[in-house]
Write a protein that binds this ligand. Structure first.
Ligand code: RP5
Length: 176
């Protein structure tokens, strides 16, 4: 059982089986990881959100990663700080796409975590986003799902168009 840390505000689809797992090494990572959840809310993608620590709960890590596919997940977003082994270890134990979020800790500015996540050995890829940028992890999960779910592909296209419109609105305003 993977109890959520925070309830999904998308009550309309909360009954659906999660397609994305958002996990993090500690509850102290939650503020950094919540934007990923908000992206999935926006695209109405059901997800689960919980703590799995590679170092403090290794057995839970194994059971989470090994059961991810059979529980219906299509992608995992994993955030961790410091010696951030969580995303890589999940990727080692499931064929699902894993997106790693380097969490900035109190020292080394998150570069330690970035290097831990991005420097995976050949054969076990982790898609690594920028330090503390779980928004992009959420968006990448939408794109991954969108490859097989046309309505998400269309929704991502609309999202890109809305960003373009927003920037062009600012360009027009500056030109006034
Ligand atoms: C990592 O250690 C966690 O992902 C977190 O970023 C960091 C610090 O954890 P706490 O000491 O705040 O629990 O495993």
């Amino acid at each position: 059982c993977y109890a959520p840390l925070a309830p999904s505000p998308g009550a309309g689809f909360a009954h659906k089986a999660p397609l994305v797992g958002i996990i993090m090494g500690s509850d102290s990572d939650l503020p950094v990881m919540l934007p990923a959840a908000r992206v999935l809310d926006r695209f109405e993608i059901p997800y689960e959100l919980t703590i799995v620590s590679a170092h403090r709960t290794p057995d839970r890590l194994v059971s989470y990663a090994r059961s991810a596919t059979s529980r219906g997940l299509r992608a995992v977003i994993a955030g961790a700080g410091g010696a951030a082994h969580l995303p890589g270890m999940v990727a080692a134990m499931t064929a699902l796409p894993v997106i790693g979020v380097p969490v900035k800790g109190s020292s080394l500015d998150g570069v330690d975590s970035l290097h831990s996540i991005v420097q995976m050995p050949r054969g076990i890829p982790v898609a690594t986003v920028a330090i503390n940028n779980s928004t992009n992890a959420g968006l990448l999960a939408v794109r991954i799902l969108g490859a097989g779910m046309p309505h998400l592909f269309v929704a991502m296209d609309a999202y890109l168009k809305s960003m373009e419109d927003e920037v062009m609105g600012k360009v027009d305003k500056l030109a006034e």
